[in-house]
Design a protein around this ligand. Sequence first.
Ligand SMILES: Cc1ncc(COP(=O)(O)O)c(C=O)c1O
Length: 366
Amino acid sequence: MPTAYSDLVKPELLSQPIYQPGKPIEDVARELGLDPNSIIKLASNENPLGASPKAIEAAKSALDDVELYPDGGCFELKRSLSETLGLEPEQFIVGNGSNEVLELLGHAFIGPGDEAVMGKGAFIVYKLVTLLFGGTPVEVPMSDFTHDLNAMASAVTERTKIVFLPSPDNPSGTANTAEDIRAFALGLPEHVLFVLDEAYAEYLENGPDLRDLIAAGRKIFCTRTFSKIYGLAGLRIGYGYGSAELVSLLNRAREPFNVNAIAQAAAIAALQDREFVGDCRAANEIGRLQLEAGFAKLGCSFIRSFANFVTVKVGDGMGCFQRLQEMGVIVRPLAPYGMPEWVRITIGLPEQNERALSALNSFLNS
Ligand SMILES: Cc1ncc(COP(=O)(O)O)c(C=O)c1O
């Protein structure tokens, strides 16, 4: 009997769930015979306004030097982050998307027998990372689509290595209050690392600020991304910040040139264009109100979102996803998150939102 690859790979890989990304425009165009230019994608919480023109310019200039390896230590970007967030450059780690930073936590902390606590229905990567490294995800039911911090605290055991909390959450869009998150962080036992995922932080007013707790030596690590409000999802760049000691440990698990030079250059310029970020935040707010008003008119309940998407109850989420796709509107069905009656719609430009609402209307009346 020849040996199969499945006999050779690590057992946890065989049961590893597969991440289902938002469907790319090209796939939908190919499958349904549609013109790619007629399709809008509101499925991955990308920025409909694109990226700052300054970031695009910086990315183009960086192309001049592509024969050189990038700066593996992301020196300039960390300096910009340090100025922006008032932390030391050594407190930042940059990744190929914040997804990679989350994975580095798995490399560094999770092994068989270890537990990671997370909300049931939270961003699925926490669970995937925990399983990938042979750990046990402890999924805590959410309350009214919001992370139940008391229940999460109660789920912590001596085996818990990490507690993951996204705020705002994806896919619900809900956010715990800054005060509650702070109290939660302070109440966790000393042996637990609290990871606050701030992928949508720039959309949130009065979000939590745990920098003083990090300075005081609390085991806290926050992750952020350039994929959302900065509009650089295609370049894959995100970062985390915490104590310099934690960051130096994570760096041991990091591949030497994990972040490409074009992404680094674009991120530095993006960070500096505060005006663009402000414009995006304002446009997002208008789009949110537009979608919410449209959903209300259609009689659909929705979850109040603090991010750049709205999750709406449509009855048959998969059916809605398929019907809207045929009409050239890609949204995200939420059955993989245990919400089969819901879809998540990224807040788009006004005309895109209008198109999504009109497609939803047609689905509901079909
Ligand atoms: C809550 C949350 N965290 C992290 C990520 C990962 O983003 P990226 O890897 O593009 O930085 C996402 C992406 O959708 C997200 O929704």
